[in-house]
Design a protein around this ligand. Structure first.
Ligand code: ADP
Length: 574
């Protein structure tokens, strides 16, 4: 930079020197006639006016051929400095010397002026360039950038479902792009609308199907309630072996039909997302014992041994949905018993990991049954999937059990897996992480009134508007040793509950005059003899909504119809 500025200075001085030399020569030519004609005065004037004309000319001197100074007459000004130059021109005419003209010039102001001028030009050029750039940017902005941003905003809005943002027009490339985008957007809008409509139709269909299933299950349960319990009661009467076998067939078929209805209803509830999991304190090992107790009679009927091994602490209590976990275990155990012809079913429980608040539980159900082929393994957890038609025909079943198990475990954050070998047996493993119950949560459990045998005859009130249901429930409770009273609506139940203390009340939900929910609320709130009595909901509807309503009204448990002796015993134990 420094080098370049020094070089510039030298160049400037050279240029200016040449200029001064040319002017000195012109001046010499100007005074030549005066010297020839000896008009010294005129030469003086010319030299003086030349000196005055250029303000950077410090001195002009003219010497004669004899070396005598002719101009100026007075003192000669002396100057020195880097920018001071002296140009000397010989004045001659036709080979005869007439004198010597010297001009001393200070090039400083000229250089300075030149520099200032140069700087000004740079500024002007910079301003012009800036203006041009600004102009170009403005044009690009107007022509392209703003319109591209408009398209990009339209794309963003489209992503959140807004298809109405305006697009730029024009015949250039951006305009073409906007038109293509608009066509694509219209297509996407059309497809999105079709998809939304299809989804709505599917949801409505699912909802309608779920309502239909709920109604049908209610309608099927009600007559089943007249079949299973009555047939169960018949088995307790005096029958010859052939008759007993026939009646038992009725009971088994009724139970099978009832459990298919339960499964279909569960699937429908899981599909429509209506399953809500409860948070209750329960003992996993006890729950497993209960599930085994339910499966044991059918295992024993087949000559199988069913054993339970608790590998972990049995005093651990957790918080979760015990009914749904029990359903999972019963399903797996039911299959183990169903698909095992001889040998055993073993259930192992263990606590995999235990932290301060959470415990990972593991339940293993191992059978010595038929096993499952490799190719069927992927399918068995899907709805209506069974290993093959032969097995399905031989063992029965709807192919829903394991899909319900998987969906329930998914909802609870657990897993189910299987290890199996054909002809050797299978092990189904359930793993589930649950909150550990604290002392406070254990205390929060609702107190339960004892309905266990006490030595005296226990009393029950059965409330139902169906004659058949009243007959069936009364007969079953009488077979268990209860003294039974009946009422055919909530209002007369209320009157009976005010007059006598019962050990347990079975209450239908939907009845004329006063429904079961209102009757329960009144029994709980009126300070009568049954304010603390255990009230068990008795209904053909098993929707979670209804279960919740029953609990909110003050009922202690829920018994789905059709009534079954084993379930009745269970609920009375609870
Ligand atoms: P279902 O038992 O009603 O047919 P599941 O969904 O419970 O339906 O079971 C699906 C299929 O998985 C069964 O049909 C059977 O082929 C197979 N399976 C389930 N558990 C076992 C088991 N313990 N041993 C052998 N096969 C089994």
């Amino acid at each position: 930079m420094l080098c370049s500025s020094t070089h510039n200075n030298a160049l400037l001085i050279d240029t200016q020197s040449l200029e001064v030399e040319r002017e000195a020569e012109i001046l010499a030519d100007g005074i030549l006639p005066f010297l020839l004609s000896n008009q010294i005065g005129a030469a003086y004037e010319t030299l003086q006016s030349a000196k005055d004309r250029y303000d950077n000319w410090i001195e002009v001197t003219l010497h004669g051929v004899d070396g005598r100074r002719i101009f100026p007459l007075g003192d000669v000004q002396v100057a020195s400095g880097a920018a001071i130059i002296t140009e000397t021109v010989q004045i001659a005419f036709q080979g005869q010397d007439l004198g010597e003209l010297s001009v001393v010039v200070d090039l400083g102001p000229g250089i300075e002026r030149f520099r200032t001028e140069q700087l000004r030009m740079v500024y002007v050029a910079a301003v012009i360039v800036a203006l041009i750039l600004f102009g170009v940017a403005y044009v690009v902005d107007r022509l392209f950038t703003r319109r591209l941003i408009q398209i990009s905003r339209a794309a963003d809005e489209m992503a959140v479902g807004n298809f109405d943002v305006s697009l730029p027009d024009g015949r250039d490339e951006v305009g073409m792009m906007a038109r293509s985008f608009s066509a694509m957007r219209a297509q996407i809008q059309y497809q999105t609308k079709s998809l939304q409509e299809a989804r709505m139709r599917a949801e409505n269909a699912l909802e309608a199907r779920s309502r239909f299933i709920a109604t049908m299950s209610h309608e099927i349960r009600t007559p089943l309630n007249g079949i299973i319990p009555v047939a169960e009661l018949l088995t307790a009467s005096d029958l010859d072996p052939a008759q007993r076998q026939k009646v038992e067939t009725i009971v088994q078929s009724g139970k099978a039909l009832s459990s298919i209805v339960d499964d279909i209803l569960d699937v429908s509830m899981l599909e429509t997302g209506k399953l809500t999991l409860r948070r209750e304190v329960f003992s996993p090992s006890k729950l497993c014992d209960e599930a085994c107790a339910i499966a044991r009679p059918s295992a024993e009927r087949k000559g199988l041994t069913l054993t339970v091994e608790h590998m972990g602490p049995t005093d651990l209590t957790c918080i979760g949905d015990p009914d749904r976990l029990r359903q999972v275990l019963i399903n797996i155990l039911g299959n183990a018993v169903k698909f095992t012809q001889e040998g055993s079913v073993t259930v192992k429980t263990s606590v995999e990991t235990r932290g301060a608040n959470r415990a990972k539980l593991r339940f293993e159900v191992t059978d010595t049954g038929i096993g499952i082929s490799e190719k069927a393994l992927d399918r068995i957890f899907y709805r209506f999937e069974q290993e093959d038609q032969g097995i399905a025909r031989r063992f029965g079943g709807s192919g829903l059990g394991l899909s319900i198990v998987k969906s329930l475990l998914d909802a609870m954050g657990g897993t189910v897996s299987v290890q199996t070998a054909q002809g050797v047996g299978s092990t189904f493993t359930v793993e589930l992480e649950l909150d550990i119950a604290t002392a406070a949560s254990v205390e929060a459990r609702p107190p339960q009134t004892d309905t266990q045998p006490t030595g005296r005859q226990r009393s029950a009130l059965v409330v139902d508007d169906s004659e058949i249901n009243l007959t069936v429930a009364s007969a079953m409770l009488q077979s268990l040793g209860f003294d039974v009273d009946t009422a055919d609506n909530g209002l007369s139940a209320l009157v009976k509950a005010q007059q006598k203390k019962f050990d347990v009340i079975f209450m239908d939900m939907h009845m004329p005059e006063m429904d079961g929910l209102e009757a329960t609320r009144r029994i709980r709130n009126e300070d009568g003899p049954n304010a603390e009595t255990r009230i068990i909901a008795l209904t053909a509807s098993v929707q979670q909504d209804d279960i919740d309503k029953c609990k909110a009204a003050g009922m202690n448990a829920f018994m789905p119809k059709p009534l079954r002796l084993d379930r009745l015993k269970d609920v009375l134990m609870g």
